[in-house]
Design a protein around this ligand. Structure first.
Ligand code: PMP
Ligand code: GLN
Length: 381
């Protein structure tokens, strides 16, 4: 094993899902829906396969999907994005993140990243030889501290990697926070990579504001999203990036040697799915909001300090009121103590002291599954 990989261990999501399968625990760990996305979209993929969409598609994605992404950006956000030069399809957002970091970051470059961070950011930044400069989001509100953000940018900083709606805290950055990011990016001439995979999953009418829509940002921002989250097909691994041709070209330069191309029959199906009207996305967010409310009410009744998220699939809790203090120990024991799997947030923090008592729970699950998990967890009360 190379030193590069030896240090990484196993991703917490695989580790905890394996534990759930092994022990028969209810899995509120890894963020994947337990209900499939729309049946008509599945039908489109089946038809595409039967119709011969089974060989390598173009590296940047089939024209129909790039067109659909371009239309989506225009319809939802008023952004004009050229489907031929400013969009590329990827094997999930995960590959887009990897391609972007490998294509844009040189060894020694510093990259500002919000922590807790999605774990692939750190792994791939390591592959690229980049140095992370975390800005810490803390309970109870997990907001971005604008002074800490400014302090994180040094002379070697070239890039900011932003994520909103934010996994694992559920924070949705406000216009004020985004404006501070913009001001800094423009002042220091930084490239911004923004992971917006949960763009359609905000609650209580909190708006998702794409960073690329702020004045001065379109020309320096690479935006990443994924069909996994918007359509509940996480296993299809269809993601994409959009932004200035130069940034997309750099990322595709890396992508061509990662996967080369991505899932031929899924691309026409997702092109079709992106054409769903606003009511589909609104209904989906409303369902998730009610699951969030069910889970958060249950967790706080059991005694966890519960932080109600504004977006994503996830809620954070503090376990200390129940007499525990280390989330890793708590989560490793939880399948035994309660028959439930959750994720210790600490593994996403460099600032371990802040992350230590925090545990993340996924609510992208059926109502009956959340009810069963809460019932099991009530033994901790
Ligand atoms: N970014 C964030 C913030 C995520 O939560 C996830 C995954 N679940 C991804 C990227 C990866 O998306 P994909 O499954 O499309 O690779
Ligand atoms: N994004 C999902 C989560 O945060 C899982 C993705 C993965 O397993 N890498 O749980």
């Amino acid at each position: 094993t190379s030193a590069r990989v030896a240090d990484l261990g196993t991703t917490i999501f695989a580790e905890m899902s394996a534990l759930a399968v092994q022990t028969g625990a209810v899995n509120l760990g890894q963020g994947f829906p337990d209900t499939d996305g729309p049946a008509d979209v599945v039908e489109q993929a089946v038809e595409a396969m039967r119709g011969g969409a089974n060989q390598y598609p173009p590296g940047a994605g089939i024209p129909a999907l790039r067109e659909a992404i371009s239309t989506h950006q225009k319809t939802w956000y008023g952004l004009d994005v050229d489907p031929d030069t400013e969009i590329a399809v990827s094997t999930g957002a995960t590959e887009a993140i990897a391609a972007a970091l490998l294509g844009l970051v040189d060894p020694g470059d510093e990259v500002v990243v919000l922590e807790p961070y999605y774990d692939s950011y750190v792994a791939v930044l390591g592959f690229a030889g980049g140095v992370r400069r975390p800005v810490t989001l803390r309970p109870p509100d997990f907001r971005l501290d604008l002074d800490e953000l400014r302090a994180a940018v040094g002379p070697r900083t070239t890039t900011m990697l932003i994520n909103s709606p934010h996994n694992p805290t559920g924070t949705v950055l406000t216009r004020e926070e985004l404006t501070a990011i913009r001001d800094l990016a423009v002042e220091r001439d930084l490239t911004v990579i923004t992971d917006e995979v949960y763009e359609h999953l905000t609650f209580d009418d909190v708006p998702h504001i794409p960073l690329a829509t702020l004045d001065g940002m379109r020309e320096r921002t690479l935006t990443i999203s994924s069909a996994g989250k918007s359509f509940s097909f996480t296993g299809w691994k269809v993601g994409w990036m959009s932004g200035p041709a130069e940034l997309v070209r750099s990322a595709v330069g890396a992508k061509q040697f990662l996967s080369y191309t991505s899932g031929a029959p899924f691309q026409p199906a997702i092109a079709y799915a992106l054409g769903h009207d606003a009511s589909y996305f609104e209904r989906f967010a409303a369902i998730l909001q009610s699951r969030r409310d069910q889970l958060c009410a249950g967790l706080s009744e059991i005694g966890f300090t519960t932080y109600v998220p504004q977006g994503t699939y996830f809620a954070q809790t503090d376990i200390r009121p129940l007499g525990y203090d280390d989330g890793i120990e708590f989560c490793l024991a939880l399948p035994k103590t309660a028959g439930v799997v959750a994720i210790p947030t600490q593994v996403f923090y460099d600032d371990v002291a802040t992350g230590r008592p925090l545990v993340r729970w996924a609510f992208c699950k059926q109502e009956s599954v959340i009810a069963e998990a809460l019932d099991r967890l009530s033994v901790l009360a």
